[in-house]
Design a protein around this ligand. Structure first.
Ligand code: NAP
Length: 435
């Protein structure tokens, strides 16, 4: 029987699905010991710090992650930062294979003037702020203006727009981070625009997220019915539109036809607006767009512009992977061929393919990479883990400690009618882990 030690770096969905694929590949002759190394004291990656708090169903996948973590041969090693506490070389020496599941943590830049003004921020900072990621608690999110503009037409833009546009009371029974919930309760934002640079037929939103919008109880959703009809006509002129496009446009038609109730909170979906400049002297005062039009298969600039006065701009235009020392990078991803990086190093998830797909997309993606990893295995190294390399006194959060943190957060939430009350300080998380 051969027993291999595999390090998975990153405890998000792709890390857990890679673990599951290894566990499912075991036979009487082939066994894996898996160490999941995570820089936070908590696992679950974007399921904890990305998925919107008002979408709790998506978070139920964490039950699958906990089952995977309970399998024999698995160890969670939280609070270990690759690059700071250990190096990639350490891992490559000590393990038979290393799987990088480190995601895409950096927001892509718009690259337009004014992007550095106060009140202009990336969804890569705003989303972990409201979700209680310990490193983003102090992000400056000025909510004292009336109007916010979100750039991008993907589900992240939709999440950001919804969180700003709904009545914060709708978040009271969620696991929104306490500091963010308090700030949202004081927020003066009443008008939120989501601005897409292309047409409605090109939007990256998915239909279930669009279908949620007419259900908002305290927010009027504005969408021009003519714009949706024109998008359908344009898409149909090029041939039968794909199912996703048809479903999206149908969901948008329903939004556009939903009567407005004159509520004081509004969310506006706008298309064919390419961001040109964020204006303001010390902080954001507005954003100027080039107005686009669709010309056959292309989207072209009409030469006209539109300026929306606003005090907050959030760009939700995609992510890039954080560079890792000694790991080759390629256009915001870890350089790889089908998940093989080099030697005994592999990559899965957003770090491998870029920031696309839903949580479940990572399952088949990781399984494909694990097949290659198993094909490549040589004789086992029979080496140790990495704990002896850590400085004396370094606290590692193992599965037992995480289960204590989890139980404590859930109990604190229960008392308040929430699924959990997230602890946002690393020190407090570490102390919750102690018996
Ligand atoms: P996304 O779906 O790729 O959308 C990015 C958006 O940014 C696109 O509309 C894109 O427009 C736009 N964009 C890119 N560069 C731009 C620029 N310079 N100026 C203006 N607009 C620009 O990315 P995402 O929203 O970050 O989501 C990432 C993944 O997570 C997606 O697969 C998404 O479905 C998933 N996700 C799912 C959920 C859910 O299931 N509820 C929630 C959140 C995220 P173009 O199309 O014109 O390039």
């Amino acid at each position: 029987m051969s027993k291999y030690k595999v390090a998975i770096v990153g405890a998000g969905p792709s890390g857990f699905f890679a673990t599951q694929a290894l566990q499912n590949s075991q036979t009487d002759d082939l066994k894996f010991e898996i160490d999941m190394i995570e820089r936070l004291p908590t696992p679950w990656g974007l399921v904890r710090s990305g998925v919107a708090p008002d979408h709790p169903k998506i978070k139920t996948v964490s039950k699958v992650f906990e089952k995977i973590a309970a399998e024999p041969g698995f160890r969670f090693l939280g609070n270990i930062d690759l690059g700071k506490d250990i190096t990639i070389e350490n891992l490559r020496d000590r393990y038979d294979a290393v799987v990088l599941a480190t995601g895409s943590g950096l927001g892509r830049k718009l690259g337009i003037p004014g992007e550095e003004l106060r009140g202009s921020l990336s969804a890569a900072d705003f989303v972990p702020w409201y979700n209680g990621h310990p490193d983003y608690v102090n992000v400056d999110v000025p909510l004292d203006g009336k109007v916010a503009v979100i750039i991008g037409a993907g589900n992240v833009a939709m999440d950001c727009g919804r969180i700003l546009a709904i009545n914060p009371e709708e978040l009271d029974s969620t696991d929104t981070a306490p500091h963010a919930l308090a700030a949202l309760h004081k927020s003066s934002i009443r008008e939120v625009h989501i601005a897409a640079r292309r047409g409605a037929e090109h939007a990256a939103f998915t239909a279930p997220e669009l279908r949620d919008l007419p259900k908002l109880e305290h927010t009027d959703v504005h969408l021009n019915a003519d714009e949706v009809a024109q998008a359908l006509a344009r898409a149909s002129a090029l041939g039968e539109p794909e199912k996703e496009v048809r479903n999206n446009l149908e969901a948008m038609r329903i939004i556009a036809e939903n009567p407005l109730a004159g509520r004081d909170r509004s969310l506006h979906l706008q298309f064919l607006l390419a961001p040109k400049e964020i204006v303001g002297s010390e902080r954001v005062e507005g954003i100027t767009f080039s107005i686009n039009r669709v010309d056959g298969e292309k989207v072209v600039d009409t030469g006209e512009t539109l300026t929306i006065s606003c005090q907050l701009v959030i760009s939700a235009i995609g992510y890039t992977a954080e560079p890792l020392a000694s790991v080759p990078e390629d256009k915001g991803k870890i350089k790889n061929i089908d998940g093989r990086v080099e030697g005994n190093m592999y990559v899965v998830g957003w770090a491998k393919r870029g920031p696309s797909g839903v949580v479940g997309t990572n399952k088949s993606d990781a399984a494909d990479v694990i097949k290659l990893l198993i094909e490549d295995l040589n004789a086992p190294k029979n080496s140790q883990g990495i704990e002896d390399l850590l400085p004396a006194g370094h606290v590692v959060v193992d599965q037992e400690k995480w289960l204590r943190i989890n139980a404590s957060e859930v109990a604190a939430g229960e008392a308040l009618g929430k699924p959990r009350l997230k602890e946002v300080s690393r020190e407090k998380l570490l102390s919750l882990g102690e018996a």
